[in-house]
Design a protein around this ligand. Structure first.
Ligand SMILES: [Zn+2]
Length: 85
């Protein structure tokens, strides 16, 4: 048998997100969700230049578009909607 009690739990939620490239805030839409943007979290391997560091990067859609245009090879695109049945 189990009995339960109600407790309050503090949790963290994202208050603001800034684009690392232009420094502008990522805007929230009418539903309170942040506009879609690129988020990268990378933990570097022990033999790399950044040995075990975890880096976090947020990039707005405008900066992402400018960034990927500089790539020698284009971004590979797949339509995720086609995989949903
Ligand atoms: Zn930006």
């Amino acid at each position: 048998m189990r009995t339960y009690k109600t407790i309050s739990v503090k949790k963290q939620e994202i208050e603001e997100i800034y684009c690392n490239v232009c420094g502008k805030p990522i805007q929230k839409n009418n539903h309170g969700y942040f506009e879609d943007h690129l988020h990268i979290e990378k933990t570097w391997g022990y033999n790399s230049k950044y040995d075990g560091e975890t880096h976090h990067i947020d990039v707005c859609q405008s900066c992402y578009e400018k960034w990927v245009k500089q790539f020698m090879l284009s971004v590979k695109e797949t339509d995720s909607k086609k995989n949903i049945s």
